[in-house]
Design a protein around this ligand. Sequence first.
Ligand SMILES: [Zn+2]
Length: 289
Amino acid sequence: MIVAAPTIKKVFSSILILIGRLSQRRGIPVLLYHSVDSTGSVVSITPEEFRAQMAYLNATGYKTISLTDFLGYLHSGTVPREQMVVLTFDDGLKNNYTEAFPILREYGFAATIFLATDYIDRVCSWEKHDSIPRFPLLSWDEIREMSDYGIDFESHTCSHPYLNRLTRKEMRNELLGSKMVIETALNKPVTFFCHPYGNSSRETQESALECGYVGAFGGLDYGLTNTKENLYDLTRVGTQRFTSLEDFKAGLLGTYDFYITLRWLMAMLLNKGDKDKKFMKRGEYLKIR
Ligand SMILES: [Zn+2]
């Protein structure tokens, strides 16, 4: 009997969700978003997908927490009984205000946006993937409005450089300068930092510590973030590769890696004209990590 690919997919997905729940993997998912738009770029998810993901979190009782609360859990070593998630956005794109913010506000969700301060109210023209348009970035008025609501703003440097190409002094200028600009504008402490391009090293992590940050995010991973991680090279779950709500559910449970490998194997075995096939080319998958 030939079983249809979507049926197998659903079965795999259910098994993985069950494994995730049963294994009680310790930690909290920290989700990474960039752009909420319909261009299909490698850093984009559509407003419809974003809404469906937030609706899922709301319907299943997830609590969105701030990075400060998240760090509190990491320090205490306790595992929250409630289902919790941290929502983060890199770069400070204007569509975080026009598309994501109304949805976050509708559900009363917390989130953190990492700003590259030299680019506020400009367009993103730093070194980037060819498929990424020159998206406009947030203005200070938009940032202030979101900050008043409770969205946190943290540092993503001043000029969005590859930090490891800089001298130690230049690194510090990027880390201190961006921290100072945001703190002055919003009158709130800036305590987290996020490495542009995930370009983290011992030097960048030491600089973040020296510049007064209590934690920093590095590259992507698809597991949950827990106490075993280096606080200055914390990992996040990248959401822009998710092609369905099933992917999102696996991401929340920390089983996405396992799930996507199985899906890739399945696509190879079935050799069907599946719409996920391009995405599931193993090389592509590894390249984006
Ligand atoms: Zn960035």
